[in-house]
Structure formats: structure tokens, C-alpha cells
Design a protein around this ligand. Structure first.
Ligand code: GTP
Ligand code: MG
Length: 203
């Protein structure tokens, strides 16, 4: 059983930044499937990219929201030799940016979701400590109407006790019409293998 689990477990063996653009139309077209990390600013998108690729600073992270302001596409190769592109997107709706900048970033995400043909699956990252905002619900609706596969990742799970973890899962499951066991979780140190395996499904 242990052996079986081992051969079914995928690892990212190569990861590199492929392109950085501020408009979806400037993104090159590829024959490789793409998955995207979305969510509000500071939800932990760039941090999770570093975790799953086991790189310290492949994606730039910051304690201050609004760090990622471009679409950054990474190329990942797995131990089973499959390949996928992973897009790190800016935060959706960060109130402290100027109205103009916020609109520009929101439109960048809306256009990307509507037109990126390579996109096969979206991962929405939710900070498990926070009640979902209007912006996050708007993003959820955009994802649902994109027709792509949607996975939910509750981030910063290390910040909650067991009771809060259960409550947070229940709340997110109901918002996304999922069962609590369908949700993915991540924390600063624990394993992110289930997330790697979920991404690998689309490669
Ligand atoms: N404790 C804890 N902190 C986390 C976790 N994930 C991210 N953080 C912290 O949250 C902050 C924001 O992380 P980022 O990865 O930059 O967030 P982002 O979603 O890429 O933010 P934007 O680029 O602004 O959209 C950083 O200070 C991270 O160290 C986690 O699982 N646990
Ligand atoms: Mg970021």
C-alpha cells in the first residue's frame, strides 16, 4: 500500500517563470493546459506557488496586499513527466489601490477568465480566517460562469483551531456548493501534496 501511494504521488521536479504580462492578449498561446490561482489580495496565491514548487521565492510574496499586479505564468514539470502551466493572478478587488488601478486589475482577471483558451481549471484561494467579501463572491460567480473546473483552497489553515477549521470548511463548502471533504487546505508548513495531486489531474 505504501509503495502504491509512493508511485501515485506526484512531485514538481522543474518550475520556472515563463512569462509576465499585464494583458491577457499579450500572453503567448501554448499547447499545454493551464491552471490559475485566483483570490483576493493577500490570500496566499504566490506563497502557495512557492510551496508546491518547493522554491523559496519563485513567486514574489508580501505581507502587504497588492503585491502581484501582472499575470505570471509558470511552467511546471511533474515527476510523472507531465507538464502544466500555472498562472498566478493579481488579487481580485483590493480596496486600498486607487479606483483606476483596481478596475484595471479586475478587468485583467475578467478578460483572462473569459478568453484564455488554455485555461482548464481555476483554484480560488480563500483566507480561512476571513468571511468572504462581496469581491470574492463576485469572483466565485465569474468562475462558475466560466465553465472551468473550480477548486477551493482554504489558506492559512495553521491560524485556526480545530473547531474553527470545521466551521471554515462548512462555510466555504456551502458557498461553493461542495462537500467539506472536497475542499483543499494549505498552511505555512504542512504538506501541500493533495493540492499538487489535484493540479496534476489537469496536466
Ligand atoms: N500563516 C500563514 N501565512 C500565510 C500562508 N499563506 C500565505 N501567508 C502569508 O500571507 C501573506 C500574503 O501572501 P501572498 O502569497 O503574497 O498573497 P497573494 O495572494 O499572492 O497576494 P497578492 O499578490 O497581493 O494578490 C504573506 O505574508 C504570506 O507569508 C499560510 O498558509 N499560513
Ligand atoms: Mg501574489
Amino acid at each position: 500500500m505504501k509503495f502504491l501511494r509512493k508511485i501515485m504521488t506526484n512531485k514538481v521536479i522543474e518550475a520556472s517563470l515563463l512569462s509576465t504580462e499585464n494583458y491577457y492578449k499579450n500572453l503567448k498561446k501554448y499547447q499545454i493546459p493551464e491552471v490559475a490561482f485566483l483570490g483576493r489580495s493577500n490570500s496566499g496565491k504566490s506563497t502557495l506557488i512557492n510551496r508546491i514548487t518547493e522554491r523559496k521565492s519563485l513567486a514574489k510574496t508580501s505581507g502587504t496586499p497588492g503585491k502581484t499586479q501582472t499575470i505570471n505564468i509558470y511552467n511546471l514539470r511533474f515527476s510523472n513527466d507531465s507538464e502544466i502551466h500555472l498562472a498566478d493572478l493579481p488579487g481580485y478587488g483590493y480596496a486600498k489601490l486607487s479606483h483606476k488601478k483596481r478596475k484595471t486589475l479586475q478587468n485583467m482577471i475578467i478578460d483572462y477568465l473569459a478568453h484564455r483558451e488554455e485555461l482548464v481549471a481555476a483554484f480560488i484561494l480563500l483566507d480561512c480566517r476571513r468571511k468572504p467579501t462581496e469581491d470574492e463572491l463576485e469572483l466565485r460567480d465569474l468562475l462558475f460562469s466560466s465553465g472551468k473546473s473550480v477548486s477551493v483552497v482554504l489558506t492559512k489553515f495553521d491560524k485556526l483551531n480545530q473547531k474553527e477549521k470545521n466551521q471554515s470548511k462548512k462555510q466555504a463548502a456551502s458557498l461553493f456548493s461542495l462537500e467539506p471533504e472536497d475542499l483543499l487546505t494549505s498552511d505555512i508548513k504542512g504538506s501541500v501534496q493533495t493540492i499538487v495531486d489535484r493540479i496534476c489531474l489537469f496536466a
